[in-house]
Design a binder for this molecule. Structure first.
Ligand SMILES: NC(=O)c1ccc[n+]([C@@H]2O[C@H](COP(=O)([O-])OP(=O)(O)OC[C@H]3O[C@@H](n4cnc5c(N)ncnc54)[C@H](OP(=O)(O)O)[C@@H]3O)[C@@H](O)[C@H]2O)c1
Length: 268
């Protein structure tokens, strides 16, 4: 298996929560060779230092950016213009900009950079090579460059329209936190039914791992549910109670709607 998915350097701008996860995923899955990696970060980060120890360049002189074939923007939506401005004069015209930012339209980045732009919305599970990522670009080459950078560490889901990116952000990027919050609620419900808080949390976490393993098989969710819910059993009783209350659907709709509204507000 080759260590890189193309010729030329890959630049990561921003090494926070998501940037570090992307960096770890690239190295773990050998998507980008350390010698091809350039990291731009205002402060020292453990993931960047680990990559530096393997041969990546951290905050090199601007001239090094001329080799870049792709630049991944992993800063907060409010910071991308100031982060990109000093890099632009050094970048080749052929460099593709890949934004993993919520709510920033590709057209804004293309206009400011005069480069091709792809948008990717990954989960931090990319760090373990087990993420999911929504992908959109109007430019075929930019789309394929972005796909090659994420395909080994995420299930890449193509979107038909950029407008779908906000919903994808809610259902993928934000959703692991929604699911953890539900697992927390399950643990609390277990406590109400007499479990100690430690036992309830361990059991609920274990249930999440088991559900994750089921999801990894690729079987339809309906089949995964049916396998656990035997007719007349305890799971069936719980599922019927959730469906009757309607609260689960309402909570999911409210969370996704609020995340979409927030992404729209960020993009103005
Ligand atoms: N977290 C997620 O799960 C997730 C999922 C999907 C999408 N996203 C998107 O990913 C982006 C980053 O989110 P995050 O959660 O990783 O935020 P974060 O932890 O705050 O990371 C942002 C990083 O950007 C760095 N930065 C600020 N100005 C910079 C500059 N001029 N040049 C280079 N780096 C700069 C910051 O460096 P310092 O720490 O030194 O200030 C910080 O480490 C956001 O746009 C978000 O919408 C996040």
């Amino acid at each position: 298996m080759s260590q890189s998915s193309g010729n030329g350097a890959v630049v990561l701008v921003g090494c926070g929560r998501l940037g570090s996860a992307i960096l770890e995923g690239w190295l773990a899955t050998e998507t980008v060779a350390p010698a091809e990696l350039i990291i731009v970060t205002p402060s020292q980060k453990p993931a960047a230092e680990a990559a530096r120890a393997l041969g990546a360049r951290v905050n090199p002189h601007g001239a090094a950016l001329a080799e870049a074939r792709a630049v991944v923007l992993a800063v907060k939506p409010a910071n991308w213009r100031e982060a990109l401005r000093p890099l632009l004069p050094h970048l080749a015209q052929s460099a593709v900009l890949i934004s993993v930012m919520a709510g920033v339209r590709a057209g804004e980045i293309a206009e400011a950079s005069t480069r091709s732009v792809a948008r990717v919305m990954p989960t931090t599970g990319v760090a373990q090579g087990r993420g999911v990522a929504a992908l959109w670009s109007a430019d075929v080459e930019a789309r394929e460059t972005a796909r090659a950078l994420f395909a080994r560490m995420a299930d890449v889901v193509d979107l038909e329209r950029e407008a779908q990116m906000d919903a994808a952000t809610a259902v993928a990027g934000s959703a692991p936190a929604f699911i953890h919050a539900f697992v927390q609620a399950l643990a609390r419900a277990g406590e109400t039914q007499g479990l100690s808080s430690e036992a309830a949390e361990r059991l609920a976490r274990g249930a999440l791992r088991s559900a994750g393993a089921g999801a990894e098989t690729g079987e339809p969710l309906e089949a995964l549910i049916a396998r656990i819910a035997s007719p007349g059993g305890t799971t069936q009783a719980g599922l019927e109670a959730m469906a009757a209350a309607g609260d689960l659907d309402r909570a999911a709709e409210a969370a996704v709607e609020a995340a979409v509204r927030r992404a729209q507000a960020i993009s103005g």
